[in-house]
Ligand binder design. Structure first.
Ligand code: NAP
Length: 283
């Protein structure tokens, strides 16, 4: 594979993409704030020049509750800038990899959401990401759009690190047990992105760990694996109201991805790898 340009390379997924590119001996360049602003059209045109073959966009406005109080800013990054990037990538004849979210769905389903299920976001973050998807489609760019969910890594701001910290400080924690989804290791997502690219995949795919769970089950596995003596208690979403709604069910159907690159490892397997890294960084 020729050189790839990774936008948002210092974010949680961005770091995993850089590591994966290096491990595959793919040469890569990274762009992120503050030196590079995806919402600046001139900067985008300067950075993305003919000769570049694959642009991987890991940059986004990812604060779900923040998007509720600042939807204009979230829309600027997740939709307007993504659409502008797509037009530029099309202009130079390259391929665009872009990430979206389970939050584009309303969470009322009881079976996994297929890639072509109608978008019906519940809140501001999902609306901005859904609009970004639409603008990519309308741009006509050669794209690989990957929806993911419940992303975690041994770095960055995420549920796994939050639970590991809380459980090491407290005797007990309460975690919601009425939202069901699929955790996703950023390392796994980076790997599957390169595998899909290697197979020439285009269009919309879902990329998560295998299996499914509630946040309570996810937290229990984290605490058990780390050997922490903290008790994890299940509770209801209604007991922990948040500014923005969360889908009750957001399991993404993986069949299209698995047909292309094989089965996704179970989330407990991917989690174990990340928790072992986390133990090393805590020690
Ligand atoms: N995290 C999840 O649970 C989750 C779930 C589903 C889907 N996703 C999607 O997965 C992708 C990666 O998410 P992530 O959690 O890795 O995100 P992240 O850790 O928040 O990283 C995003 C990166 O983008 C940068 N960025 C933000 N605005 C920018 C701009 N205007 N110009 C250039 N760079 C900018 C951020 O810089 P600053 O830190 O300086 O702002 C950060 O380095 C996103 O598309 C997200 O929507 C994430």
């Amino acid at each position: 594979m020729g050189p790839v340009l990774i936008i948002g390379n210092r974010g949680m997924l961005g770091q995993a993409m850089c590591n994966e590119a290096s491990a595959r001996a793919v040469s890569w360049g990274g762009l992120d704030l503050p030196e590079f602003d995806l919402t600046d059209e001139q900067a985008v045109c300067r950075a993305i020049e003919p000769g570049c073959e694959v642009v991987i966009n890991c940059a986004a406005y990812t604060d779900v509750d923040g998007a509720g109080s600042n939807e204009a800013q979230a829309e600027l990054i997740n939709a307007t800038a993504a659409g502008m990037l797509a037009r530029r990538v099309r202009e130079i004849g390259a391929k665009l990899v872009h990430y979206s979210t389970d939050y584009v769905f309303d969470g009322t389903a009881r079976t996994p959401y297929p890639t072509d299920h109608p978008r019906q976001p519940l809140g501001a973050y999902g609306r901005t990401k859904a609009k970004g998807e639409q603008l990519l489609e309308q741009s006509g760019v050669d794209m690989l759009l990957i929806r993911t969910s419940w992303l975690y890594a041994a770095w960055g701001k995420n549920f796994v690190r939050t639970i590991a910290k809380l459980a090491s400080e407290r005797d007990s924690i309460r975690v919601v047990n009425d939202q069901r989804g699929r955790p996703t290791s950023a390392i796994h997502l980076a790997r599957l992105t390169f595998e899909l690219l290697g197979r020439g995949a285009g269009g919309c795919y879902h990329g998560t760990d295998g299996g499914e769970c509630t946040w309570y089950e996810f937290a229990s596995e984290i605490v058990t694996h780390l050997g922490l003596g903290c008790s994890v208690e299940p509770c209801l979403t209604a007991e922990f109201p948040r500014p923005e709604p969360r889908p009750a069910y957001s399991v993404l159907d993986l069949s299209r991805t698995e047909e292309c690159i094989g089965p996704m490892p179970h989330w407990t397997e991917n989690l174990a790898v990340v928790l072992d890294d986390l133990k090393v960084s805590i020690a």
